[in-house]
Design a binder for this molecule. Structure first.
Ligand SMILES: [Zn+2]
Length: 89
């Protein structure tokens, strides 16, 4: 290793913790999936169809709060949904 960069040390530490990292990210992924399932349960069938990943809906989310679609139009003062026709202020 070169003392000025420490490259080899960094690589070594990365390999040492790789397995722990995988387990950690698997746990994070499972928690995300559980939270997604929970959000889906609170959604209407139409919202589930338009927003299968249960992303946030409503103001400033880019998704219609009525149907979950991300096909929105907007002008200076209003926005609305091209999918279900909701007019949102
Ligand atoms: Zn909509």
């Amino acid at each position: 290793m070169t003392p000025d960069t420490g490259y080899y040390d960094d690589d070594y530490n990365l390999h040492q913790s790789k397995q722990g990292d995988d387990a950690y990210w698997e746990l994070v992924r499972l928690q995300d999936e559980r939270a997604r399932q929970q959000r889906l349960r609170g959604m209407t069938p139409q919202q589930r169809k338009n927003n299968p990943n249960a992303e946030p809906m409503g103001h400033f989310t880019g998704r219609c709060k009525r149907c979950g679609s991300n096909d929105l139009w907007d002008d200076n003062a209003h926005y609305g949904c091209n999918t279900c026709g909701a007019f949102l202020l």
